[in-house]
Design a protein around this ligand. Structure first.
Ligand code: SF4
Ligand code: SF4
Length: 435
């Protein structure tokens, strides 16, 4: 049985079984059973929607803590560009980067630098014309996982390039090894992450066998100390080395704008993403070359591990971009370096299929259709499943009983009451009852 790692987990002590989260999950991974939410590991894509919606803070994200830096001799911070949108009145990225060094990192490698290289590599691959159109960005790991479990026919549309985070780690480790003479295992690379999907992506990467990143620290974890340090800096080091193209990746539309191709679409927010994927699946978006999809509203600035409102962060990034050159990082001529490409194919994960035996799956489907008709179609969630259809599926799979639907239960109770009443009226009373 496959072992799954998930950043998103449940704190049972806080869950009151309110069912708010079950309807928000894009893969119908959550059920409420015995008064507590339960996440089906194999279905969860770590999008963080349930963290966002839970009013009781019972869902949370696991991430690396700063204490892990002590396990390495040389530590490099890989800040996501969304970090820059968290600070008010920031007009120089070097404040943030110098602050990170003050906090204990030995070096900084901006992920926006790698994003500029990934943009160039994407342009090259698209010019070669061998990618299946429309090409779907592979930058948001929650979207890639969603495609893997819900849209099997779209797996071959996903851009087979490493994310800016992975590219940044590979370059940063190589440069640090040359500079310090240390072996790679003594050098720690830590991504400062806006979302739980990236935490999972490091532990269970897709498209590559092993991640070069040693940990993902939540932006919300570094923010308080970093803000304090930034307020007390005596001098600023010139570290920043990326431009509008790289920093723009933090907001929806930034990645596609960097392709300098007008035939693109950028959608954000998990429901919009699903709608677009359905349209591609139905071949209704044939005229586009590139599709950028971000699971979080606004793009990475909307990640649940950020501290600022995504729209405020987006406005700050737009303002910050005014002070930047267009791009500062370029690939050498020739083909895309192998180190930037995926080395495994994205394969469909059949966690949502009913059975690997087609005949059996068809029979189960027919049974689901039949059982679903017995439910009221209100999708009330009282049974603990997100929809009546999902509940019918649970019943067919033997995970639930029909009577867990309160409408079915009420009907059954009514039938029992009718039977009792009929018995009372029609059956002769026993002698002792005559008294
Ligand atoms: S939203 Fe989900 S996790 Fe949060 S309390 Fe309600 S059932 Fe539990
Ligand atoms: S993280 Fe996303 S996919 Fe996983 S259980 Fe929560 S809402 Fe569902």
């Amino acid at each position: 049985m496959t072992e799954f790692y998930h950043s998103v987990t449940l704190d049972e002590t806080k869950c009151v079984g309110c069912t708010n989260c079950i309807k928000r999950c894009p893969t119908e991974a959550i059920r409420v059973r015995g008064g507590k939410a339960v996440i089906a590991s194999e279905r969860c894509i770590d999008c963080g929607e349930c963290i966002r919606i839970c009013p009781h803070h019972a869902k949370r994200a696991r991430f690396t803590h700063l204490s892990k830096l002590s396990e390495f001799e040389y530590n490099i911070a890989l800040p996501a560009p969304s970090l820059y949108g968290q600070f008010n009145n920031l007009d120089d990225i070097d404040y943030v980067l110098t602050g990170l060094k003050e906090m204990g990192f030995d070096d900084i490698f901006e992920v926006s630098r790698a994003a500029e290289l990934v943009s160039e590599a994407t342009r090259k691959l698209m010019e070669e014309g061998e990618l299946k159109r429309p090409v779907i960005s592979s930058a948001c790991p929650a979207v890639v996982r969603l495609i893997r479990v819900r849209f099997p026919d779209l797996c071959e549309h996903v851009l087979p390039l490493k994310s800016p985070m992975e590219t940044a780690a590979a370059i940063a480790k190589k440069e640090a090894a040359e500079k310090t003479g240390l072996p790679a295992d003594k050098i720690g690379c830590f991504f400062l992450t806006p979302c739980p999907a990236k935490v999972t992506d490091i532990k269970m990467p897709l498209g590559i066998e092993k991640s070069m990143v040693d940990g993902a620290i939540a932006i919300s974890e570094v923010f308080p100390e970093l803000s304090h340090v930034m307020d007390h800096l005596e001098s600023i080091e010139p570290i920043a080395n990326s431009g509008i193209i790289g920093v723009g990746w933090s907001t929806s539309g930034g990645e596609s704008a960097a392709l300098l191709n007008e035939k693109y679409l950028a959608a954000d927010g998990i429901e919009n993403v699903i709608r677009v994927l359905e349209e591609i699946e139905d071949e209704r978006i044939g005229e586009l070359d590139f599709i950028e999809l971000n699971a979080c509203a606004g793009g990475c600035v909307g990640g649940v591990l950020c501290v600022e409102n995504p729209y405020v962060a987006k406005a700050r990034i737009q303002r910050l971009r005014k002070y930047l050159p267009v791009s500062q990082n370029h690939l050498r001529g020739g083909p895309v370096p192998e180190v930037m490409e995926w080395n495994t194919n994205l394969e469909f994960s059949d966690v949502l299929t009913l059975s690997s035996d087609l005949k059996e799956a068809m029979q189960m489907m027919a049974r689901i259709d039949e059982i679903e008709k017995e439910f009221p179609g209100l999708d009330c969630g009282a049974c603990g499943a997100p929809t009546c259809r999902a509940f019918a599926e649970d019943v067919v799979k033997g995970m639930s009983r029909k009577a867990e639907c309160i409408f079915v239960y009420r009907k059954q109770m009514q039938q029992v009451a009718n039977t009792l009443s009929e018995l009372e009226c029609g059956v002769p009373l026993l002698p002792k009852d005559k008294d």
